[in-house]
Write a protein that binds this ligand. Structure first.
Ligand SMILES: [Zn+2]
Length: 230
């Protein structure tokens, strides 16, 4: 069976990770490889890659390609990624050189070609509102967002009544930095990936409910998947 690779693009908090997660639930043997998640796992594990990535990510800057792909190659070797027939790449390529590195990774592991590119579009002011609206419960880990999924009582956890916390790095300034990097480095990477692979681009309006965007995502990916996976 030919494996399928889908690469997702979009500014921070446009729902890439959420929708990659939806795809792993809908399609059997789907693996979502999220650079952010992979790097945060390296940070939590205290690896060399994690120690280098941590201060860079805290300042909303791009982690170097060597560290990013060191972590991604380690992730690619894991059984659930090796055994997947649908792979969703989230957060890579972040800049043009990563296009070549991603293609090398797909080739080395015999993962097949890039079949489709999804781009989640969200206005800048909505991105900023989502970044500064993000809240997390320090007690039970529940996640909320005042812009998309507010708690019933302001800044109080629905599950355990604990006061919600905002991450130090969820600032307007960091949101604007991420938007600038997205426009200056990631959008050119998307264009280069299209030129290199010829993969079709599917544009998704991310400024809708989670259910609506999820439905659009499933509809966009379905044509590229072998029917026995559905
Ligand atoms: Zn809680």
């Amino acid at each position: 069976m030919t494996p399928t690779n889908v690469v997702v693009f979009g500014p921070t908090l446009s729902g890439k990770g959420t929708n990659a997660g939806i795809l792993t639930k809908v399609f059997q043997t789907c693996a979502a490889i999220s650079t952010g998640t992979v790097l945060r796992a390296q940070i939590d594990a205290g690896t060399v890659f994690g120690r280098i990535a941590e201060p860079v990510m805290r300042q909303a800057q791009l982690v170097s390609n060597g560290v990013t792909f060191g972590a991604l190659f380690a992730e690619a070797k894991k059984p659930h990624v090796m055994g997947a027939t649908l792979r969703v790449w989230d957060g890579v390529p972040r800049e043009p050189d990563q296009v070549y590195l991603l293609m090398a990774l797909l080739d080395v592991f015999d993962f097949g070609k890039v079949d489709a590119i999804l781009r989640y579009d969200l206005p800048d002011e909505v991105v900023v509102a989502r970044v500064i609206g993000r809240r997390e419960c320090p007690n039970c880990g529940a996640k909320f967002n005042n812009a998309t999924r507010p708690p019933k009582v302001v800044d109080v956890c629905d599950n355990c009544n604990t006061e919600l916390r905002q991450r130090d790095d969820d600032t307007v300034e960091n949101a604007k930095t991420k938007l600038r990097i997205y426009r200056e480095q990631t959008v050119p990477a998307l264009q280069l990936l299209r030129e290199m692979t010829g993969a079709p681009l599917v544009e998704i309006d991310a400024n809708r409910t989670i259910a609506e965007v999820g439905a659009s995502t499933i509809k966009a990916v379905t044509p590229f998947i072998a029917t026995n996976l559905i």
